[in-house]
Design a protein around this ligand. Structure first.
Ligand SMILES: [Fe+2]
Length: 497
């Protein structure tokens, strides 16, 4: 294992971090840059690395002295780090949503946040106020010629891919209704049915929930165009953040969650604070046949799943008639209560994510779930060419400790076949975000390439981009970024731009 050049803190007991180092990441981003060259580089940028890492996450934490209640309520800020012939340029810009512009002008929050941020003015200012703020902060992808900032409960925002200027809210050429949900977790099918596609969904939740499954072309003259869609109804309130694909299936895990909107309507709690584990119901796998697969037009299958709560899946594939899906499970839905300060959270009191593998038997409609790894993890991915297929390797962000909860401080490469793993750690003063696996061009080796990860460097109170060798996680280069980026959410790699 190699470590970055961060000074060592004294480590007491199991604590490998200082809470202030971790929480200091949460500050307003007050500068925007357009295509500036990055020169503070340790190591060498790989010549074969050609493309742009786009990332999204909360960039605005406070207005007029009021802090957001949960980092997921922060307005989206896009970062773009572009590589070409060993040179690197950096841009960052807020998504200028309608709500962002209104709040910039007013100098205070005007909207309630889904995860707990309230309008100033107490209950009277929040009661019966159900206007959602599209904060466009969860992911950023390229679809056709458009760069899209995604937030799952509403339409995406279209951005200029070069300048990151906000073009405006997008209905994808009339495909989406106004305010229709569009997931922040699309999956790129690398070519299960001869050519690559983007597969994604939208959910209309209610006592009966509807999933709209959509597949888009990503290449050629039709790139960005819808190829197929289907709509399926399921019993129960759907709370779906992510999904997975195989060549024949789109796989959803409906967590056993109930939603009581009364405290939200009365202005006492946010919508997410009204979610709770539903002990009267069981989680379900909802399997929807893909239109290009061999079960097209058939009805979905519904199969009981293990209890627990899942935000993210790693990957899924088909093993003869069975479907395998790997997911990060929490013991229950984690939320930040009304009177808690997210910067002071006690990691020991909230559940950690652990990687599990479920085998879904379509013949007898059963599933069995086993623990793959005890270590607290999040943001796991496989080589993108293995999306939906059996993959041997995965890369993920993990806590420094092998057991229990903690902030994400290390990157782990896990051999899914034999359990072997190797690590790169930013502890004790560094904190990692979602790792991006970029395959080396023209290589057939699944673990040949680079891992790109933005870290929060607690020592200098700023952000770095670290490039690791995907095979052994050795550090290839570290680039000092010109801004501090709060702990972020998701992003994507776009080749050759
Ligand atoms: Fe996510």
């Amino acid at each position: 294992m190699t470590t970055p050049s961060l000074k060592t803190l004294s480590v007491k007991g199991n604590n490998h971090f200082d809470q202030e180092d971790w929480s200091s990441s949460y500050a307003n981003v007050d500068k925007e840059f357009e295509s500036i060259e990055l020169t503070k580089i340790k190591g060498e940028i790989p010549k074969g690395l050609s493309g742009t890492l786009f990332r999204n996450g909360p960039g605005r934490m406070e207005r007029n002295g009021q802090w957001i209640h949960h980092p997921f309520d922060g307005d989206g800020m896009i970062t773009a780090i572009s590589f070409s012939n060993g040179e690197v340029s950096f841009s960052n810009k807020f998504v200028e949503t309608q709500a962002w512009k209104e709040e910039e002008k007013a100098g205070k929050f005007l909207y309630r946040g889904v995860f707990g941020t309230q309008k100033p003015g107490g209950i009277l200012a929040n009661i019966f106020n159900t206007r959602l703020k599209n904060i466009a902060n969860t992911n950023v992808i390229k679809l056709g010629d458009e760069l899209l900032a995604l937030w799952e409960a509403a339409n995406p925002y279209a951005l200029d891919p070069l300048t990151l200027e906000t073009i405006g809210i997008s209905t994808l050429n009339g495909l989406l209704k106004t305010s229709e949900s569009f997931s922040a977790h699309p999956r790129f099918d690398p070519g299960h049915h001869t050519y690559p596609k983007l597969v994604t969904f939208g959910v209309k939740p209610g006592p009966i929930s509807t999933i709209r499954l959509m597949e888009f072309s990503t290449e050629g003259e039709d790139k960005g165009k819808l190829i197929s869609e289907r709509n399926d109804k399921f019993k129960g309130f759907a709370f779906l953040h992510d999904f997975a694909i195989t060549p024949n299936w789109a796989i959803f895990l409906q967590n056993a969650i109930s939603f009581n909107p009364i405290p939200f309507l009365l202005g006492r709690k946010s919508a997410a604070q009204c979610l709770s584990t539903d002990t009267n119901n069981t989680s379900k796998f909802w399997l929807i046949p893909r239109e290009s697969g061999k079960f097209a037009k058939q009805n979905p299958r519904i199969i009981d799943a293990q209890e627990g709560f899942v935000f993210h899946h790693l990957n899924s594939w088909e093993d003869n008639e069975d479907i395998i899906i790997e997911s990060i499970y929490y013991d229950h839905f984690p939320s930040i209560d009304k009177d808690e300060d997210f910067r002071q959270i006690n990691f020991d009191l909230i559940p950690e994510g652990r990687l599990k593998r479920s085998r879904i038997n379509l013949a007898d409609k059963s599933s069995k779930t086993d623990l793959i790894s005890e270590q607290c993890c999040e943001f796991a991915m496989v080589n993108p060419m293995k999306q939906g297929l059996s993959a041997r390797f995965s890369w993920m962000a993990v806590a420094e400790n092998k057991r229990g909860n903690g902030p994400l401080q290390a990157i782990k490469k896990l051999d899914l076949l034999n359990g072997n793993c190797c690590f790169w750690s930013a502890a004790p003063r560094g904190f990692v975000s979602e790792p991006m696996m970029v395959p080396e061009p023209n290589s057939n080796l699944e673990d040949k390439g680079w891992i790109l990860v933005v870290i929060w460097n607690g020592l200098r109170r700023g952000s770095d981009l670290v490039i690791l060798n995907a095979t052994n996680l050795e550090e290839v280069a570290t680039l000092e970024l010109p801004i501090g980026i709060p702990h972020g959410l998701h992003g994507s790699w776009v080749k050759g731009t």
